[in-house]
Ligand binder design. Structure first.
Ligand code: PLP
Length: 453
């Protein structure tokens, strides 16, 4: 049996649970009645069913935006499940709400926000929904705009909120085109521009300093969606344009970051922050049965979601203790390693005649085309490579890019298709840098299979 977990994790969990239980030892004895044999049997079945997943925890998984939670987050989350706090109200999660407030403050500090209003939530979708909901309340009837490479959630959320949405075209690097932005803004019907710092597809960083300038000129809000990219603000390896963008996040009206993307958390952990805490008034509601235990802020009073896992806050808080969000710290160095891994893969691709390098990675996502003559055949080939690599335990992802964008990097590609399917690797694990030597031959073999493949 190959080892996937360190057994010490279970010992740590048990020790922490004993300490937690000590806090309640004054209560009369009580233990829920469970049928351990039945649970054991069903868990064996679950474990077998769960084998039908790609190996997201392993460095050979270099596909979609998936990063395993750190052991400290996993254990802290499990620890919290024995009391299962609900961070909606202090009645449901006094201790875990306090931890959440500290976590959110720390994220605000990372971005240079002194006194933000914010909270954790289910993920980037929910966090962006809150940002655009507030945007719509403050600029009713006005448009939301985001780049054509922004996450599709912005168009869909706008639909949910009955706000008009428009996409702004992008440069060949996949970042928001400033001339296009200004011509949209000049029409006067825009309320909020969404800047993406790290697009989900290719990791492109929108030019936030210029976007802020234009937004001031046309008096529109700026929302920063850095669900995936946000923690890279701690990196020492960013190119200057990206560095400049991350450095002015605090000037935006709202920011979204997903601790469950690059923050080592299990799924179910997004975060929304508003620069101006007075937007909290927009959330005002009167629940007849929720907020009784104290006059202190209940997180449910500033959040659209009601019940939320206190466990998510517990896990994030524990992680932030072990890995403070410091420039130059261990957490930041791991992010740098991901960035370097992406550049190293891009360099190999650039030197190989089996592939065509496209835009150099700004963060840790690399997109690369299989060499060939025309858009249709290389798209087919990319899908074959994806499957062949997976059969050798190297897991990649695919993305469709506009053919004009690809032709900027590959002018003689025949454009017999509107989009080109290319390979995509999110190198989010710090181990990826060391594993490139292991992965590269598999990648080459997937493009050029030998007879015995
Ligand atoms: C992942 C992502 C989202 C959506 O967030 P979820 O956590 O998947 O709900 C939105 N925007 C960006 C830029 C993302 O990377």
């Amino acid at each position: 049996m190959r080892r996937m977990i360190n057994p010490a994790e279970l010992t740590i969990l048990k020790d922490a649970l004993d300490t937690l239980a000590n806090g309640f030892s004054e209560l009369p004895d009580f233990e829920a009645d469970i049928d351990t044999d039945a649970i054991d049997a069903v868990l064996q079945e679950v474990a077998v069913r769960m084998q039908d997943n790609y190996p997201y925890h392993h460095p050979r998984y270099a596909g979609q935006m998936l990063k395993p939670p750190h052991a400290v987050a996993r254990i802290a989350y499990m620890l919290a499940l024995w009391t299962n706090p609900n961070n909606h109200a202090l009645d449901g999660g006094r201790a875990s709400s306090a931890l959440e407030k500290e976590c959110v403050q720390a994220i605000g500090t990372m971005f240079g926000l002194d006194d933000p209003l914010g909270h954790l939530c289910g993920g980037g979708t929910m966090a962006n929904l809150e940002a655009l909901w507030v945007a719509g309340r403050l600029h009713p009837g006005k448009k939301i705009i985001a780049s054509a490479q922004a996450h599709y959630t912005h168009a869909r959320i706008s639909e949910v909120l009955a706000l008009e949405f428009a996409a702004v075209s992008v440069t060949d690097a996949g970042t928001m085109d400033l001339e296009a932005l200004e011509s949209v803004l000049a029409a006067g019907d825009v309320g909020t521009v969404v800047a993406t710092l790290g697009t989900t597809g290719i990791g492109a960083v929108d030019p936030l300093p210029d976007i802020l300038k234009l937004a001031r000129k046309y008096e529109v809000r700026v929302h920063v969606d850095t669900a995936y990219g946000g923690y890279f603000t701690l990196s020492s390896e960013l190119a200057s344009a990206a560095r400049d963008a991350f450095d002015v996040i605090a000037q935006a009206d709202s920011v979204v970051i997903d601790p469950h993307k690059h923050g080592l958390q299990p799924y179910g952990c997004g975060c929304i922050l508003f620069r101006d805490s007075s937007v909290g008034a927009l959330y005002k509601h009167d629940s007849p049965y929720t907020y009784f235990s104290s006059a202190e802020l209940h997180l449910g009073e500033i959040s659209l979601e009601c019940s939320r896992p206190g466990a998510a806050a517990v896990a994030l808080w524990a992680t932030q203790q072990l890995f403070p969000m410091d420039v130059g710290g261990e957490f930041a160095q791991d992010l740098d390693r991901s960035l370097l891994a992406a550049r190293a893969l891009w360099n190999r691709v650039e030197q190989s005649n089996l592939f065509k390098a496209l835009m150099p990675p700004e963060l840790d996502i690399v997109v690369y085309a299989v060499n060939g003559a025309d858009a249709a055949s290389i798209s087919e080939h990319a899908s074959e490579v994806f499957h062949r690599a997976a059969s050798k335990d190297l897991h990649l992802a695919l993305i469709e890019l506009p053919v004009d964008m690809v032709r900027h990097y590959w002018p003689d590609l025949i454009a017999n298709r509107d989009t080109v399917r290319v390979l995509r690797s999110c190198l989010m694990k710090p181990e990826h840098l060391d594993w490139l030597d292991d992965m590269w031959p598999l990648l080459e073999a997937a493009v050029k299979p030998s007879d015995d493949d």
